[in-house]
Write a protein that binds this ligand. Structure first.
Ligand SMILES: C[S@@+](CC[C@H](N)C(=O)[O-])C[C@H]1O[C@@H](n2cnc3c(N)ncnc32)[C@H](O)[C@@H]1O
Length: 338
């Protein structure tokens, strides 16, 4: 009881004291026979109690209104948060759906491209196998043949090249870049009665090809010459190209195979070929240009055809090479002054 009384604030203590005084006054008045006084004090006391209760009721009503407003605010905030959350989840679901659709489309496109690639590869391989079979049916090598493909011409390109030799019967073939093709060309020339000179900038590969020619008994038909790369100046540009000394004695080339220098030796590595060798070609000659699908080679081919009179590309060739035909243009000399 005492501890509760100690917890009262000043105002409560004052009210309690006033109530106690009033109660004391009522009791005193009643006991001393002053009933009128006692009743008056009691009336004041009751009026005070009623006023206090009314004040309390008003306070409670205000508190209730404040609480309701706070509840409304909380509900509003909750509603908004919930709506935002739902919106964000919906957006995420839509984005995830879009991403899923994108991924599915990409996957499907990749699967299709892979299937097309595999299909093309299979068809290309079948073509190469068919060409290889025909190559070996046309010739019976006297020693194991070096491999085709990779740095060497593919069987499809070799087959077309040998067909050109069989049908056009060149007397002199010049090859830029020796290797497997040197041996196959030599076999073809052995049959039609022509000669092959092959240049190689790399002494090790030149020696390897010489050894292959010897193993196949073809040294009478073909020779490999060392031709280190030297700077050649064309259109104001310097290109590393075969040493011209290696070509000094060559004239009337009927068939030129351009398969070197390799692209790693510099940009537009093969461009100088036709610019340098035009005057070494026979009046009617064939030019076989390997790797003609590559960007540098496509540019070189276009420039040659545009600038060299009498040079035209023959119809589409199988494989990676292009076939060009060269016809030297003889200019009519007109008497001066006419
Ligand atoms: C495209 S290759 C010539 C290939 C040749 N005409 C043939 O069909 O077998 C051009 C040059 O690359 C070099 N070469 C040949 N095989 C090579 C290899 N496996 N790796 C790097 N260089 C190679 C040789 O010096 C060759 O003259």
């Amino acid at each position: 009881m005492m501890s509760r009384l100690r917890k009262l604030n000043r105002r409560q203590a004052a009210l309690l004291a006033a109530a106690a005084v009033l109660c004391g006054a009522v009791a005193g008045g009643a006991l001393t026979g002053h009933l009128g006084f006692a009743l008056t004090v009691l009336g004041v006391f009751q009026a005070g109690v009623v006023a206090g209760l009314l004040l309390l009721a008003r306070r409670l009503t205000t508190l209730l209104a404040v609480q309701r407003a706070a509840q409304r605010d909380v509900r509003h905030v909750l509603d908004q948060t919930q709506r935002r959350l739902l919106g964000a989840v919906e957006e995420m679901l839509l984005a995830a759906g879009d991403r899923h659709r994108e991924l599915t489309d990409t996957l499907a496109a990749q699967q299709k491209a892979a299937a097309n690639g595999t299909d093309r590869l299979l068809r290309a391989q079948t073509g190469e196998v068919e060409a290889l079979v025909q190559l070996f049916q046309g010739f019976t090598p006297r020693a194991p043949m070096p491999p085709s493909g990779g740095f060497a011409l593919n069987p499809t390109d070799l087959l077309d090249l040998l067909q050109l030799i069989r049908t056009r019967k060149p007397k002199l073939v010049l090859e830029l870049g020796s290797g497997t093709s040197t041996v196959w060309i030599a076999y073809a020339l052995e049959k039609v009665g022509g000669r092959l000179v092959s240049l190689d900038h790399d002494p090790a590969y030149a020696e390897k090809t010489r050894a292959a020619l010897a193993a196949h008994g073809l040294v009478e038909v073909a020779e490999v010459r060392d031709a280190p790369l030297r700077p050649v100046l064309l259109d104001g540009r310097s290109f590393p190209w075969y040493d011209m000394d290696a070509l000094a004695d060559l004239r009337e080339v009927d068939l030129l195979l351009i398969d070197g220098p390799p692209e790693k030796t510099g940009p537009d590595a093969r461009y100088p070929a036709m610019r340098v060798l035009e005057d070494r070609l026979a009046d009617a000659a064939t030019v076989v240009f390997d790797d003609a699908h590559r960007q540098d080679e496509r540019v070189a081919l276009r420039k040659w055809v545009e600038t060299i009179e009498g040079l035209t590309e023959e119809g589409e060739a199988p494989g990676r090479h292009a076939v060009l035909s060269y016809r030297r243009m003889v200019r009519q000399l007109t008497p001066q002054g006419q």
